[in-house]
Design a binder for this molecule. Sequence first.
Ligand SMILES: NC(=O)c1ccc[n+]([C@@H]2O[C@H](COP(=O)([O-])OP(=O)(O)OC[C@H]3O[C@@H](n4cnc5c(N)ncnc54)[C@H](OP(=O)(O)O)[C@@H]3O)[C@@H](O)[C@H]2O)c1
Length: 272
Amino acid sequence: MQFVEAHGAKIPAIGLGTWELSGHSCARIVEQAIRLGYRHIDTAQVYYNERDVGEGIRNSHIRRSEMFVATKVWTTHFAPNDLLRSTKESLHKMRLSEVDLLMLHWPNAHVPLNETLGALAHARELGMTRHIGVSNFTVALLKQAVALCPEPLVCNQVEYHPFLGQSNLLAACAELGIAMVAYSPIAKGTARQSEVLTRIGAAHGKSPSQVCLRWLVQQNVPAIPRTSRIERLSQNIDVFDFVLSDDEMREIFALGSPEGRLVHSVTEPDWD
Ligand SMILES: NC(=O)c1ccc[n+]([C@@H]2O[C@H](COP(=O)([O-])OP(=O)(O)OC[C@H]3O[C@@H](n4cnc5c(N)ncnc54)[C@H](OP(=O)(O)O)[C@@H]3O)[C@@H](O)[C@H]2O)c1
């Protein structure tokens, strides 16, 4: 497994997303993923599966120190006391003493950002999380957050796949030493419909989804694909034995456009 380093955090380059997984099947997928070599699991308070994710991690019998567990605080918990209380609840559900990464899930203009970031940093000081980050922040919001946060932010988790260009945000993250983590990295499963990705994949004996993930790995962008199918778990982590050429990388970059965005939220910012 490769890692992406940012402000002391070592983020495994491929993780398992868990949105829309729940119950026993979620615990089983998480356990199986860890057995297959995944060391990074992404959940969130609003996925209502933190208990199942924790169960899957325990059932795998992996040493806690080998895992990178990330969760996200939901926007209704951004007042400082709510952030700390809800993080405590998340830890209780997962039966963990700390997570590796605690993120703000989306920006929330209704609570002053400095207060929320102060509480996020406080959660770190209290030992609830090893690292802190944000998600769905634009370049402007990210710069504001870095200026206001008393502790370094290690990541900005955003939608990124070949059909959605993110060059401005990538450049800003690089400048700030922050990892950009890609969610929906295989475009919610639609990568397989792309003729370009299929052709490039065929040249390497790989699927279009694997091409997407490899394209991200080669940009130093950790990716968290989600699957509910055990047979796809191994496929999604099997992206470290081939290399896309510069021409192939360029051809994939050319598929990106602002219209490629698939994930929306009622509180979404003015995207870059
Ligand atoms: N921070 C945020 O606001 C935010 C927003 C969205 C997502 N996320 C995180 O990012 C994770 C991933 O994003 P996502 O779930 O939206 O999308 P995704 O990982 O791009 O795609 C998931 C879809 O692709 C299919 N799939 C998985 N592996 C495949 C493969 N090898 N070949 C073909 N199809 C495949 C899955 O179906 P099967 O289950 O049938 O395999 C599922 O329908 C989420 O689970 C969540 O942890 C974060």
